[in-house]
Design a binder for this molecule. Structure first.
Ligand code: NAI
Length: 337
């Protein structure tokens, strides 16, 4: 019997390409995993005969086995089904998105020394897409914030900062305009800081100014705490500081379930061409291995991609190289040997 059972959700677009690469690298690192492949997204209906884009079989498998590695899933723009990601995070109560953003030696960017972690509230806010048409031509979108969820994510961020010896937690907010919702988010962060984590340095920035400061001097930031929609936007901005979406991993953490996935989406513009950068998904796999206690294998993979990027020109097109997904993956596996 395998030591670990992990649910694999290939997703769509470049999802199957990058999750396959991650699976190969994790297997090559010697971790004994029984992978259970489950569908999500339009693929679940079109190719697997399910009636839902997030079938019960997928949800039940994650609930049972606790850990999943997920590829991106396309969400139709301006019409169609509700985001699979929003549903997955809400149904499994994956309340914290954790997204490390780091400069990589050998990846040329405008900045050096970036080492941040975005902690994003993952279940509430405008991002959940609660919308209504009041009358034709008048629509609303509802932003919900609850004290429980705001306190829970603040506690998670401070606890994370403390346990990992991070320097500071910075809250990005817009409480000058959204005085009730973002005001509550801010008050909960202040309260958790004062009462539970006074030893962790804390500051707060109105998000527009925060974004300006991020692109001026990102190395000044450490843990960034924010609500759902801001976390979505700031994640891609921060990816741009360190080489792009191909190099930023992530996890969605719940009480006893965790789903690991890159920040990027299904990249329809390059899907099926075999040229996607699998690194963000592989890095998400490394986060997953650390989470399940396979720290030696996690370090092997991390050391290998650091070495490969720093000492060779082997990289995918998004990083200025000419390797395709399979070539980069094989070079990474060879570096681990
Ligand atoms: P995207 O992240 O898919 O792509 C943005 C740009 O980055 C594209 O030019 C793409 O080619 C490039 N890119 C992204 N990942 C890459 C990789 N690994 N290697 C090389 N290039 C990469 O964002 P977009 O276009 O806004 O969204 C496309 C679809 O993905 C939408 O349906 C969206 O809803 C969905 N999406 C899904 C996510 C998830 O399942 N976790 C997250 C973000 C978006």
């Amino acid at each position: 019997m395998s030591k670990h059972t992990i649910v694999l959700i290939p997703g769509d677009g470049i999802g199957p390409e990058v999750t396959h690469a991650a699976q190969q690298v994790i297997n090559a690192a010697g971790v004994d995993i029984n992978w259970i492949t489950c569908p999500a997204g339009a693929d679940a209906i079109e190719h697997h005969g399910h009636s839902d884009v997030l079938p019960d079989v997928t949800l039940d498998a994650i609930r049972k086995h606790k850990i999943a590695l997920k590829g991106p899933v396309t969400t139709p723009v301006g019409k169609g089904f509700k985001s699979v990601n929003v549903q997955l995070r809400q149904k499994l109560n994956l309340f914290a998105a954790v997204r490390p953003v780091r400069s990589l030696a050998g990846v040329a960017t405008r900045y050096e020394g970036v080492d941040m972690v975005i902690v994003r509230e993952n279940t509430e806010g405008l991002y959940t897409g609660i919308e209504n048409e009041i009358v034709p031509g008048v629509v609303t979108s509802m932003k919900v914030a609850t004290k429980n969820a705001c306190t829970r994510i603040a506690r998670y961020a401070f606890d994370y900062a403390m346990k990992r010896n991070r320097r500071k937690v910075t809250v990005f907010h817009k409480a000058n305009i959204m005085k009730l919702t973002d005001g509550m988010f801010l008050n909960c962060a202040r309260e958790v800081h004062e009462k539970e984590f006074p030893q962790v340095a804390y500051d707060e920035l109105i998000i527009d100014a925060g974004c300006m400061k991020l692109v001026q001097d990102p190395a000044k930031f450490d843990v960034l705490l924010m609500e759902n929609l801001y976390g979505d936007l700031v994640s891609d901005l921060c990816a741009g500081l360190v080489g792009g979406l191909g190099v930023v991993p992530g996890s969605n953490i719940g009480e006893d379930v965790a789903v690991f996935e890159a920040v990027h989406g299904s990249a329809p513009d390059i899907a099926g061409k075999g040229i996607a950068n699998p690194l963000a998904c592989i890095m998400s796999g490394v986060m997953m291995l650390n989470h399940i206690g396979e720290t030696i294998a996690a370090s092997r993979i991390r050391d290998a991609y650091n070495q490969l990027l720093a000492n060779s020109k082997t990289r995918t097109g998004d990083l200025g190289g000419s390797a395709n997904t399979a070539e980069f993956t094989q070079a990474l596996i060879d570096t681990m040997k």
